[in-house]
Design a protein around this ligand. Structure first.
Ligand code: MG
Length: 445
């Protein structure tokens, strides 16, 4: 005969009281009991932004506190190039909109925040929504006493395979750096080489160039990058052997036609993937890449709008979707993208560089662990200062990242430590400068 809910709770409490060593009821127990009694869910009491810069980039995290003591959550809202704009988007617009709402309706809150600005899908507003969205998932996990991955269906794998960044001013430096990572247990290596005297991506700009620019700004010439990039892949495949998975970030630097040529030429080096061969403005050229070669393609870190990723996935024009979770609106949006991609045989490779907070990295690893169509995860190490602020960062062992087993994201933020690492003053306030062709034309970077 079923025990009435109130009776069951009394029985549980009574049994616990008779055991001398019975554990105290935890926050999660209380939340479960509360839900079983049909009592109101926690309500949002406050929303504020925590900012810090423990390494080179500015990190932004949203903290939501509830009307229940000790119940709160964190969400990544890091948009390092325009960090100062995310804070007011959260505190001046989403905070008054959400105060007093219950925390349990994550999708409803996501949709209503998305709609409340009327104009939408911009990077600042998407990051603000992401901070709220991820904080609500954290709260739900803490309520349930479970890591978020359990709420999203549980593990599809034990840990998350990653790739490391090997770079250098010259080819030998890249190969040596890659060998160091291989010795540490990494199996997948992204390789980037400097372009002497030019502002190449992923390495320094040292050395001299014979190119004489008509300006004094950082210089870049796509044809030079194309030749040097292909040479790098040839050398890395030869020097590192056939068993290594090679990746390379083209960073939307080439012209569309050069990008098609590059992908076609790179096919012989059996890449794990080429990343961002085109800019979001040129995505129609992915059809030409597909028509010319079978080199695996990853794309998406600059995407904000569903109309950017939908055609690439639905037409199977890419192999890996690699959005930046906070730029697309958070964990909820990323989960939908992963599920959409699974239907079309496209895998995930979420953007995971230094300009993602550890909370955002844990959201990445959580999606990786629950998604059947997980492909690979970009890895960036956390320095000591970051780990002092964000306690519980994803653990790296033998090239694999491990998701937290603690409730929510499993990360606690020491705000006193965060206050010791404020945003550092910089001439462009954290924004990027310009890069120009030899004749002075500005380029995407
Ligand atoms: Mg990239």
């Amino acid at each position: 005969m079923p025990i009435p809910r109130r009776g069951l709770l009394k029985s549980i409490a009574g049994a616990a009281g008779t055991l001398a060593l019975a554990p105290r009821f935890t926050l999660a127990d209380e939340q479960v009991a509360r839900a079983m009694r049909g009592l109101p869910q926690p309500r949002i009491k406050d929303i504020r932004v925590i900012e810090c810069q423990p390494e080179g980039v500015r990190l932004t995290v949203v903290k939501i506190t509830t009307d229940q003591d000790g119940l709160y959550g964190y969400g990544c809202a890091t948009f390092t190039q325009r960090a100062d704009l995310v804070k007011p988007a959260v505190e001046l617009y989403l905070r008054p909109f959400l105060l007093g709402k219950t925390t349990d309706r994550i999708e409803d809150i996501w949709q209503s925040c998305y709609d409340s600005s009327y104009w939408r899908n911009g990077p600042v507003l998407n990051n603000a929504i992401s901070g709220v969205d991820q904080a609500l998932w954290d709260i739900k996990g803490r309520q349930a006493g479970m890591p978020v991955y359990q709420l999203a269906g549980g593990k599809c794998r034990e840990a998350v395979d990653t790739y490391a960044h090997a770079s250098g001013d010259d080819f030998e430096d890249v190969v040596a750096n890659a060998k160091q990572y291989l010795a540490q247990g990494f199996r997948n290596i992204r390789v980037q080489v400097g372009l002497p005297g030019m502002a190449g991506y992923g390495s320094s700009h040292s050395g001299n160039t014979s190119v004489k620019p008509l300006h004094d700004k950082p210089l870049f010439e796509p044809a030079y990058q194309m030749r040097r990039g292909l040479k790098l892949l040839e050398i890395c495949r030869r020097e590192l052997g056939d068993e290594v998975e090679l990746l390379h970030d083209m960073h939307e630097r080439l012209t569309p036609n050069e990008a098609v040529q590059f992908c076609k030429e790179a096919e012989q080096y059996r890449m794990f993937f080429l990343e961002d061969p085109l800019s979001p403005e040129d995505i129609d050229y992915f059809r030409q890449i597909r028509q010319n070669c079978a080199t695996p393609i990853a794309m998406g870190e600059l995407f904000n709008n569903p109309h950017e990723w939908q055609p690439l996935i639905a037409e199977r024009l890419i192999d890996y979707i690699r959005c930046h979770l906070s730029q697309v609106g958070g964990f909820s949006s990323g989960r939908k993208i992963a599920i959409l991609a699974e239907q079309f045989g496209v895998k995930t490779a979420w953007h995971g560089p230094g300009d993602v907070s550890p909370v955002g990295h844990m959201a990445n690893v959580t999606l990786d662990i629950v998604s059947y169509n997980f492909g690979i995860q970009e890895y960036t190490p956390f320095n000591e200062r970051t780990q002092a602020i964000f306690q519980g960062c994803p653990e790296m062992r033998d090239g694999y990242l491990w998701v937290s087993e603690k409730p929510g994201w499993g990360i606690e933020i020491d705000e006193k430590e965060a206050a010791k690492a404020p945003f550092k003053p910089s001439p462009l306030n954290g924004g990027w400068g310009e890069i120009r062709l030899r004749d002075g034309t500005v380029i995407k970077q």
